[in-house]
Design a binder for this molecule. Structure first.
Ligand code: BMA
Length: 380
């Protein structure tokens, strides 16, 4: 009897090991979070989850219409990933920096999760030293908020608010909704107060580790997967320069946008291909999930950008997800723009010409949208 029991336990353990090959950085991660992480690995050969920022909140010419979605309007199906943004939460604001009310955001997060989708959250936090926005690079801000810095207590109070927000994200059964958290992104640029021109690798790593440890061990937030996310890089060592360590990261990603006129050069797809080669290789070595965390071509002036540039650059690289940036619609006050095709009256002649091309991406079978994401049962 005892022997049978031991054999039973042995097979149970083998089974668990087979199902959870990939360890999350947070060793106390909730079972749904561990499942999501492992299911995303399993889904790599199935295609790339398609995501869109603020998708359920607004598009060109509309905002907060229940059930409405930019991607669903374009192709008839919701995306598989929903991105949201916490900037200004640290100031106790009611709305984020793009005018999305945080209480509505929580509802949208639940809605996306209930559709079987994946949630990712970024944080354009204000500069903790100058009090200006995330794009203000003054004041050696990272040095000031890491342990020992004069604004450290302030930063902890900000993380308390981030934790409270995260701990409010529960499904209908009261379980926490897993979130891919992507703080301090694009650090290889020169436009945020955490970027390489104003923050050393040591400072950045200290910030990342403190953030992880505080949210995990002090605030007991156990439903986050952490995404490391530079913008530009040319080599593996360049990619790894600010990497805080395998124990602090779940997802390796980067951001890359199209600029200029892509009709007379192949720069975007060539660079994308090269960076994806570096990314997928380094992620494989470190047993992390590779992802393309932000992309787009503002207003899509080259209508075949999705197939001729984006898909070309992606080629056969296996990445977990691709996330298209937001459509600045009625909100924000800085003018209308879009990264996904959108049918708004402000587009002068008929439909946005990029619709057809986006539809080709949709039917290419290379991407995962709502239905397939649901079929993949990412949380089970
Ligand atoms: C940027 C722009 C800004 C926005 C920020 C945070 O890339 O879209 O308008 O405030 O992201 O969402």
């Amino acid at each position: 009897m005892k022997r049978l029991l031991l054999i039973g336990i042995f097979f149970l353990q083998i089974n668990q090991m087979m199902c959870q090959v990939f360890q999350t950085a947070n060793k106390k991660a909730s079972s749904k979070t561990v499942k999501l992480f492992n299911n995303l690995f399993k889904a790599l050969p199935e295609g790339i989850l398609f995501g869109h920022q603020d998708d359920l909140a607004y598009g060109l010419g509309w905002e907060y219409i229940p059930g409405k979605s930019v991607v669903q309007d374009a192709v008839g199906e919701y995306p598989a990933m929903y991105g949201w943004e916490l900037g200004d939460l640290e100031l106790d604001a009611v709305f984020n920096l793009d005018s999305v009310p945080f209480n509505k955001m929580k509802e949208f997060i639940k809605e996306g999760y209930e559709k079987g989708g994946v949630i990712t959250i970024s944080w354009h936090a204000n500069n903790p030293v100058t009090g200006k926005n995330a794009w203000d690079i003054g004041g050696n801000a990272v040095g000031a908020i890491i342990p020992g810095g004069e604004k450290h207590a302030l930063y902890k109070s900000w993380l308390d608010k981030v934790a409270n927000f995260m701990l409010d994200l529960k499904n209908a059964n009261g379980e926490y909704i897993p979130v891919i958290f992507r703080p301090f992104h694009e650090f290889t640029g020169n436009w945020f107060w955490w970027c390489q021109n104003v923050c050393s690798p040591e400072e950045y790593k200290a910030l990342w580790k403190f953030t992880f440890d505080y949210l995990t061990n002090v605030k007991q937030v156990h439903h986050l997967l952490y995404a490391y996310n530079p913008e530009k890089f040319e080599t593996e060592s360049g990619y790894m320069q600010y990497y805080p360590g395998d124990e602090y990261v779940d997802i390796m990603s980067f951001d890359f946008y199209q600029y200029g006129d892509p009709s007379n050069n192949n720069d975007f797809e060539n660079t994308l291909d090269k960076r994806l080669s570096i990314l997928t290789e380094v992620a494989r070595k470190h047993k992390k999930l590779p992802a393309f965390a932000e992309t787009g071509f503002m207003n899509i002036p080259y209508p075949e950008w999705f197939t001729k540039k984006l898909m070309k650059g992606i080629g056969n690289h296996q990445i977990s997800y691709l996330h298209l940036w937001r459509d600045g619609g009625l909100v924000n006050g800085t003018g209308k723009y879009r990264f996904a095709p959108s049918q708004d009256h402000f587009i002068p002649v008929g439909r946005d010409p990029s619709f057809m091309d986006f539809y080709k991406l949709y039917i290419s079978n290379k991407f995962i949208f709502e239905k397939k994401a649901r079929d993949l049962k990412l949380y089970q």
